[in-house]
Design a protein around this ligand. Structure first.
Ligand code: FAD
Length: 550
């Protein structure tokens, strides 16, 4: 329905230039190529990039897209690494919302903030710091430069009690394909005092329609914050039993269900932790891949990395944290080989005495603290760039000062099945990931995150070097096989990458409803065609190259 033929695109670009200014429209081949580059091979083209300055310009861009039937693909900061970065699902014009970066409202008492799509984790964190706020935000392990709204619209998650992001937002402002504005919840009533606080409003709730969809462009969202607790303590555990994850998860479930643990606990395997500590051991492996289990075990022993490592936070009054600590200790008793609790004071002391302690024991405490600091911060909603280095796992040169996995050919594809908080499914998923990923020649890195009281998101990492011939195809085949087999066993993914969004076989009624909604909200199909749209032309299936005429 939408069109990307050369002359039409040229006329549309002219109209966009007039509407938002030439300097806000890019058509240079090199810039477009970079924008279409992700951490895996994408075959779709970015035809131009629009950078509107405000909501009115977004509306204008959409009206022009509609007039010329040229597809536009909104991004907030475009750092959707491992799922497609900035690359669109189908050929289209990027609508980069990074310049809409205002914090529109903030209330210390009611603990919320209202932001535009360009507001980054870093910006919000610094905003709260500058005000001496007693509120904490949630942060993901992706870069501080990632968008709050972009992440939420992909249903991303972080580490604090507000870690399930879609659960902690409301009052969306959405530009529809017609250019009209829709406000969700109570926000549709001018001056509604509880608009940033009450999710459901009155009548059908529409918020959910705008995450993982292509029904509108979100230009505003209220995000709830948490009051800094009287006391915070992180817990870290290790388990040396390769099959130990099932028992740990069964032990944590009752604590998650009864509220003893209120935040996302993360449990990673040895491969995952290893990749966050160092790059691939090329020397030890004589340049061969994948990592030999014996070599892996030797390195892990030296680095004190156990088969499974877990972490999480306890939040509340001192008395509440004390009770939670006791319950956690007793639940994990016999299931983990090590369990430590670290608060800010203990961390300070560890830092002060790290060097003498290392000299005495030979254990590199400074390195342990260096690893712990970013994680400790994340549990308190402090964004960090540290995990980004792990995307350079299979690269032969170290991660640079300014890491950029898209630019540097870092291969990364996530596969993220959802499962119940229960040991048996966790064991099944872990075995499947292990076998499929290893058999395709990659290291089976994985983590289990208890994102809610009842469900786990497991994130399997397929990490590779895009500059090695054939790896892109092999990694994608691995992803495809793994996803299919996980779905067959009852573990569909919580999120998809731009090449897999159309792959899934879906229930016909679901599809029919989705299509009715799409044709009602975006009759010309100009908004992010293919995004979470099962059954639309899959990436690489059709070839419809488009360039600017002339
Ligand atoms: C090392 C590492 C660690 C990571 N850790 C995490 C983690 O802990 N948790 C997590 O969730 N992710 C994580 N990620 C994945 C990813 O990088 C983040 O989810 C990131 O926040 C997504 O990019 P973004 O914020 O720039 O969103 P964007 O890329 O801007 O947005 C994501 C998608 O949402 C849609 N969209 C964006 N804005 C709008 C809008 N305003 N209106 C309509 N649609 C829109 C677009 O389709 C876009 O492609 C990690 C990645 C890496 C490499």
């Amino acid at each position: 329905m939408s069109s990307t033929d050369g002359p039409t695109l040229t006329r549309a670009v002219l109209a966009w230039r007039q509407a938002i200014g030439s300097s806000s429209v890019s058509t240079e081949a090199e810039i477009l190529k970079a924008a279409g580059t992700a951490t895996f091979a994408t075959r779709r083209q970015v035809l131009a990039i629009l950078r509107p300055a405000d909501r009115a310009q977004v509306q204008e861009c959409v009206r022009i897209a509609n007039q010329f039937r040229v597809p536009i693909y909104p991004i907030s900061t475009g750092k959707n690494w491992g799922y497609g970065s900035r690359a669109p699902v189908d050929d289209g014009v990027l609508l980069d919302l990074g310049r809409l970066n205002r914090i529109l409202d903030f209330d210390e008492t009611l603990a919320y903030v209202t932001v535009e799509p360009g507001v980054t984790q870093k910006q919000l964190y610094e905003f709260l710091q500058a005000r001496g706020s007693r509120l904490w935000m949630d942060a993901t392990g992706a870069s501080p430069e990632c968008s709050i709204i972009g992440n939420t619209l992909e249903r991303g998650f972080g580490h604090t009690p507000m870690g399930d992001h879609c659960n902690c937002v409301c009052g969306l402002e959405v530009v529809l394909s017609s250019g009209e504005i829709l406000e969700t919840g109570l926000a549709r009533f001018p001056g509604a005092a509880a608009a940033p606080l009450n999710r459901w409003g009155v009548g059908p709730s529409l918020d959910g329609l705008f995450s993982q969809s292509n029904f509108g462009i979100v230009t505003r969202m209220s995000v709830w914050l948490m009051p800094a607790p009287e006391y915070f303590q992180a817990y870290y555990f290790q388990c040396n039993d390769a099959d130990g994850v099932a028992g740990i998860i069964d032990a944590l479930r009752p604590l998650r269900l009864d509220g003893t643990i209120r935040s996302t606990a993360h449990i990673g395997n040895d491969y995952k932790v290893l990749s966050s500590v160092r790059q691939y051991p090329w020397k030890e492996m004589n340049g061969k891949t994948p990592l030999d289990p014996t070599v892996k075990n030797d390195i892990c022993r030296d680095l004190r990395i156990a088969s499974w490592s877990g972490s999480g936070g306890l939040y509340g009054t001192r008395a509440q944290v004390r009770v939670a600590r006791t319950r956690l200790r007793s639940a994990l008793g016999g299931k983990v080989s090590r369990l430590v609790f670290v608060d800010d004071r203990r961390l300070r002391l560890m830092r002060r005495f790290a060097t003498p302690f290392s000299l005495l024991t030979g254990w590199d405490v400074n390195r342990t603290i260096g690893l712990m600091l970013p994680l400790h911060g994340l549990l308190k909603g402090i964004p960090t760039e540290a995990p980004l280095a792990s995307t350079y796992w299979r690269k032969k040169s170290p991660a640079p000062e300014d890491p950029d996995p898209d630019r540097d050919g870092c291969g990364l594809i996530w596969c993220s099945p959802v499962l119940p908080i229960a040991g048996t499914p966790a064991r099944e998923v872990a075995c499947l990931i292990h076998d499929v990923v290893l058999s395709h020649g990659f290291e089976p890195m994985m983590s289990f995150s208890l994102v809610s009281d009842r469900a786990i998101v497991c994130v399997a990492t397929i990490g590779y070097d895009r500059e090695v011939a054939g790896e892109d195809e092999r990694a994608f085949e691995c992803h495809r096989t793994l996803t299919r087999r996980l779905i067959d066993r009852g573990y569909p993914p919580y999120r998809l990458n731009v090449r897999s969004m159309n792959d899934l076989e879906d229930h016909t009624t679901y599809l029919a409803v989705l299509r009715s909604l799409k044709s009602a909200l975006d009759p010309k199909g100009i908004l992010a065609p293919g995004r979470y749209e099962p059954g639309s032309p899959a990436d690489g299936v059709t070839d419809r190259p488009a360039t600017l005429a002339g």
